[in-house]
Design a protein. Structure first.
Length: 193
């Protein structure tokens, strides 16, 4: 299959998005809502709809990660919303406190469109996975989960990547069925420090 198209963002656009993310979190301490942007102030790339995940870490440890798999809002506003939600509404963590902000690292992943895969078997899916490139969405029996391509840094093989994703979805390691839906995507990822 041909590579999935990803958005092209220059250094200045990346810096703008990182600033939007940080400002949205900072505003959240005061207003308890994400930053609302006047989109006319931005270039076409930041006004275009895009799917995004914002990952927050503190001292190298995950502190929040929320986003969307489908593009519905302008990239700039999607980043503002995801950053706010990662800081205050990731159910796995307590909300970030203002005094922690100096130590919070913000990473933004802009997703390509999802590409539906049609693997005939678990083995054929494993052979088609591209370590360090593919993000993956698994859905079956009303359960769904995704791993960003960054997760490859923590796993040693496609088998481990897939099994951990299946566990995350609540399907269990080694799960396979004829009804499983698999989609992959790529990301453009950048961070503030």
């Amino acid at each position: 299959m041909p590579p999935l198209p990803c958005i092209e963002l220059g250094q200045q656009q990346q810096r703008q998005l990182l600033e939007i993310a940080r400002r949205s979190i900072e505003q959240g301490f005061v207003t308890h809502a994400p930053l609302w942007l006047e989109l006319a102030d931005f270039g076409a790339e930041l006004r275009a709809p895009a799917a995004v995940f914002v990952t927050l870490t503190e001292a190298g440890e995950l502190r929040g990660c929320i986003g969307s798999l489908l593009a519905s809002d302008a990239l700039a506003q999607t980043v503002a919303n995801a950053a706010y939600n990662s800081a205050f509404h990731d159910f796995r963590f307590l909300a970030i406190r203002q005094k922690q902000m100096k130590g919070i690292r913000i990473e933004i992943s802009v997703l390509s469109p999802l590409q539906r895969l049609h693997p005939e078997s678990r083995e054929s899916l494993l052979q088609s996975l591209r370590p360090d490139v593919d993000g993956l969405v698994i859905e079956d029996r009303g359960k769904r989960a995704t791993f960003l391509p960054k997760v490859w840094e923590k796993v040693g093989s496609p088998e481990v990547f897939l099994d951990q994703l299946l566990r995350k979805a609540g399907l269990g390691s080694g799960h396979w069925s004829d009804s499983i839906c698999v989609e992959r995507y790529r990301t453009v990822t950048f961070a503030d420090n």
